[in-house]
Design a protein around this ligand. Structure first.
Ligand code: ADP
Length: 351
């Protein structure tokens, strides 16, 4: 019960992709059921959280990398659920969630990428876009909000703009959640039926639904024209919510694992700082700290080794045992040196 194919391969848009025959109730690459998906998702969530923390730490120490997740999909496809259930597994400090609605007057006065650019994730962050610049070739096209020549020119412009982001250190992942017409009907009906869900419904949803075919055509062109090597589209079947959430979790975890974020190496002398800090601590506090050292550091080592092993596994790397062991040995040696230093400081005080 796990992935039989890397979902990035199973869901990535290729030249022969055909949205018209795309099965929105399918579960490509995964052979488990809902319960198995939820168990695997929780496990991946822990790994994703740790990788995200490393990326965040890297950004704090002058790193320039970030991850941008563009989420598109028609109403009820589950974009909100991705923000809540997938991104909810990582530290909110490291996530920049932005939604894009109808442009304000100020936004309309600028180039359509202006408001998008302002919302890009800062280094170390995961940016999540709930709708994006792709609305400028989707709703704008379907509702005729701009001349055809205007929106037609945007596909190339978007590709070029995304290429610049990638060159500047951003990893760009685009996911499109695709529900079937029947499933959207059921989900909209549920929003009308349930008093606690009516706030999610707007009469405009029916007008959008009435233009189903036009939207499908516009989405097909987005996939055909803007899925690039540097910023690929993954089309996610979204009739089964447990699958779409799991698939996006897996895509993001594998993407983060491939980025290989590392804990930054301090630019100060740790032993020297420890000695200085110790001079400000009482004997009792220092003794308690010494007692705790082994347990707290060993727990951190175990956790890091696990993460490293899982990440290497996801990257399909060989010799994971050896590489994880090398890290473990280095950190264990560091731990022994730490304990020895603390003991020495305490002894010198007594002496
Ligand atoms: P949601 O429907 O996702 O809950 P909102 O109620 O804020 O969010 O509405 C989003 C609406 O804004 C959608 O109907 C979408 O088509 C529209 N929208 C987003 N970007 C643009 C744009 N660039 N031009 C016109 N309409 C846009």
């Amino acid at each position: 019960m796990s992935w039989t194919t890397d979902p990035r391969d199973a869901l990535r848009v290729t030249a022969d992709f055909d949205l018209a025959t795309f099965d929105r109730a399918s579960t490509p690459g995964f052979d488990g059921d809902k319960a198995e998906a939820e168990a695997l998702m929780a496990q991946r969530g822990e790994l994703m959280a740790e990788l995200q923390e490393r990326l965040f730490a890297e950004g704090r120490e002058g790193g320039t990398r970030s991850l941008l997740v563009v989420a598109q999909g028609i109403d009820t496809a589950g974009k909100g659920g991705i923000a809540r259930h997938v991104m909810g597994m990582v530290d909110p400090q490291g996530v920049q969630l932005r939604s894009f609605g109808v442009p304000t007057e100020e936004e309309r006065a600028h180039h359509y990428l202006w408001r998008i650019e302002k919302a890009l994730p800062t280094p170390g962050r995961i940016g999540v876009f709930d709708r994006s610049h792709y609305e400028d070739v989707l709703v704008v096209r379907v509702d005729g909000l701009a001349e055809e020549a205007v929106w037609r020119a945007r596909y190339d412009e978007i590709n070029e703009w995304e290429r610049q982001l990638v060159e500047a250190g951003m990893t760009v992942v685009k996911v499109a959640l695709m529900v079937s017409h029947d499933e959207q009907g059921r989900r909209l009906m549920e929003r009308l039926d349930r008093p606690d869900k009516r706030w999610k419904f707007s009469p405009g949803d029916l007008r959008t639904r009435a233009k189903w075919d036009e939207y499908q055509e516009a989405y097909a062109d987005v996939f055909r024209l803007t899925s690039t090597e540097h910023a690929p589209w993954y089309v996610i079947p979204a009739d089964k919510k447990w699958y779409s959430r799991l698939a996006i979790t897996e895509i993001l975890t594998r993407t983060l694992a491939e980025m290989r974020p590392q804990w930054p190496v301090p630019d100060f002398d740790v032993a020297d700082m420890r000695a200085q800090l110790a001079t400000s601590m009482s004997d009792d506090a220092l003794r308690l700290s010494l007692e705790d050292t082994r347990e707290s550091v060993e727990e951190a080592i175990a956790q890091s080794v696990d993460v490293r092993q899982e990440a290497i596994e996801l990257r399909g790397g060989e010799r994971r045992e050896e590489r994880a062991k090398a890290l473990k040995k280095a950190w264990e040696a560091d731990l022994e040196a730490t304990i020895a230093q603390k003991k020495r400081i305490l002894k010198d005080r007594r002496g």
